[in-house]
Ligand binder design. Structure first.
Ligand code: PNW
Length: 482
């Protein structure tokens, strides 16, 4: 049994020592002034503020400079798969307008940008010969960011898998092809890029792509097949970490994962313990396997004959140490201790639970604190980032050209307040990336859901800062929740 109060005391004591001189209070939540704008909600000096995007969602230029289709090109061009038949053919046209987008980031005062590389631009057939025009494009993008004082954080796989790879993530060969691709990009870019993330959100592209069929490639495999896809995905991550290290020894390697986050229904010792247990069990095929280098016994038992086939050396690769852990944080799940052997029970959200414009975004800002704390208490990563947080909203432009997204500001302000609590308690969160810099192709929802802090008119590609962009700029400028 853990002695929570002692552990917590140690953490807070360490936090106050670490924060001495930064002007942060020992206790930041519930016990001091937490009015927005209060110095008590200040972040440590050097905290990284950024925005995030992904290649297929913003680039367009789907057939340019030797790029061949990804599974998302195939899927979005299949009738009935995306809202209104929307595709990423043009998207934000950022392939051509990247300099304009750099200026949007610069105007926010943000020091970092999380972007992704399109695998089918680099290896149009998934493997074999690299396409020099592909990597040249990203060298230009990165150089433009650096020239403007913005640090790139590069994701190597944000779901645009080359369509040419037979079987996609059902095949182990894809994991190997991924490692070759990741090693190649790291070698090409590591003179300019320090932070690489292997993958974005295992659960989304495996479960939605291969189980429910809502995302590319739109398959509905039986459980054994889905578990194999998940295994091949985390294996690709592990082999990717090794390949990046071999090709770019100075690079820092991490992951951007949307771990399912559990919030204790009441913040007391037994429910906190339940949240921790739920975090480990419910993320067993993904983050737990990556952080522990093994599947939990209860996962293997629960899946039985449907458990994945594991090759020799797979788990060791999967458990390769990483330098930082990125968490994409959107929605909470509530949990309570129930006295069972498992130790927890999920508590369903009532129908009145508040949501943003995407029905899956249930609003529970404390998710931010518990994402960091559960993961830290279980696995103690040395460095963490929030690699995504944000929301869709029903943005409309007023007659005088403004977008008054007070609901998005509300969502962001509250999430940052709870992130501040985590930082003030000494958890090692070093930065925050807002999803998203600009409205973009929201996967199966096409252009019907807007996540940007810049509004995009998809007819003219004109970008307009929303109220939330103004708000974020002010938070960044003062390094405090406003
Ligand atoms: C993340 N869900 O995706 C992705 O990393 C982004 O590409 C995406 O645009 C952003 O969040 C907003 O959706 C998710 O249905 C998509 O639970 C869907 C879900 C979760 C994450």
């Amino acid at each position: 049994m853990h002695n929570i109060s002692r552990r917590q005391f140690g953490k807070v004591a360490a936090a106050s020592a670490a924060l001495a001189g930064t002007g942060l209070p020992e206790f930041s939540f519930g016990q001091t002034d937490v009015r927005p704008g209060s110095a008590n909600l200040a972040f440590p000096q050097g905290f990284v503020w950024g925005c995030a995007t992904a290649s297929y969602q913003i680039e367009g230029a789907a057939t340019e400079d030797g790029r061949k289709p990804s599974i998302w090109d195939v899927f979005s061009h299949t009738p009935g798969k995306t809202n209104d038949g929307d595709t990423g053919d043009v998207a934000d046209d950022s392939y051509h307008r990247y300099k304009e987008d750099t200026q949007l980031i610069k105007n926010l005062g943000a020091g970092a940008y999380r972007m992704s590389i399109s695998w089918p631009r680099i290896f149009p057939d998934g493997n074999g010969q690299p396409n020099p025009l592909g990597i040249d494009h990203y060298k230009r993008v990165v150089d433009d960011l650096l020239a403007n004082g913005i640090t790139p954080y590069v994701t190597l796989f944000h779901w645009d898998l080359p369509a040419a790879l037979e079987g996609g993530w059902q095949s182990r060969d894809t994991s190997k092809a991924y490692a070759d691709y990741a090693g190649y990009v790291a070698r090409q870019l590591s003179d300019r890029v320090k932070h690489f993330m292997t993958m974005n959100e295992f659960d989304s592209f495996t479960t939605l792509g291969y189980k429910t069929g809502k995302f590319a490639p739109g398959l509905m495999l039986p459980e054994a097949g889905v578990n194999q896809v998940r295994h091949n995905a985390i294996l690709a991550h592990g082999l990717g970490v090794q390949a990046i290290r071999a090709n770019a020894p100075a690079a820092l390697v991490g992951l951007a994962e949307n771990a399912t986050v559990f919030v204790p229904v009441i913040e007391d010792e037994k429910n906190i313990e339940a949240a921790r247990r739920a975090t480990r069990e419910e993320n067993a095929p993904f983050l737990t396997a990556v952080m522990e280098g093994k599947y939990t016994e209860s996962f293997l038992e629960r899946e039985g004959a449907d458990a994945p086939q594991v090759g020799a050396g797979d788990m060791q690769a999967i458990g390769s140490p990483i330098d930082f852990l990125g968490l994409n944080v959107y929605q909470p799940f509530y949990v309570r201790a129930d006295g069972s052997a498992k130790g927890y029970e999920l508590v369903p959200r009532q129908t009145s639970y508040p949501r943003m414009a995407s029905p899956w975004i249930a609003v529970g800002p404390e998710v931010m604190y518990w994402a960091v704390r559960n993961v830290s208490d279980l696995w103690h990563p040395k460095v963490m980032y929030i690699t995504e947080n944000g929301c869709s909203a029903d943005d409309v432009m007023t007659s005088d050209g403004r977008i008054e997204d007070t609901d998005r500001v509300m969502y962001l302000r509250n999430h940052l307040t709870h992130l501040h609590r985590a930082v003030a308690e000494g958890f090692p969160v070093k930065g925050y990336f807002l999803w998203s810099l600009l409205d973009n192709f929201e996967w199966a929802d096409g252009y019907s859901k807007r996540f940007g802090i810049h509004y995009v008119d998809f007819k003219t590609e004109k970008r307009t800062p929303k109220l939330s962009a103004e708000w974020y700029r002010e938070a960044i400028r003062r390094n405090v929740v406003v």
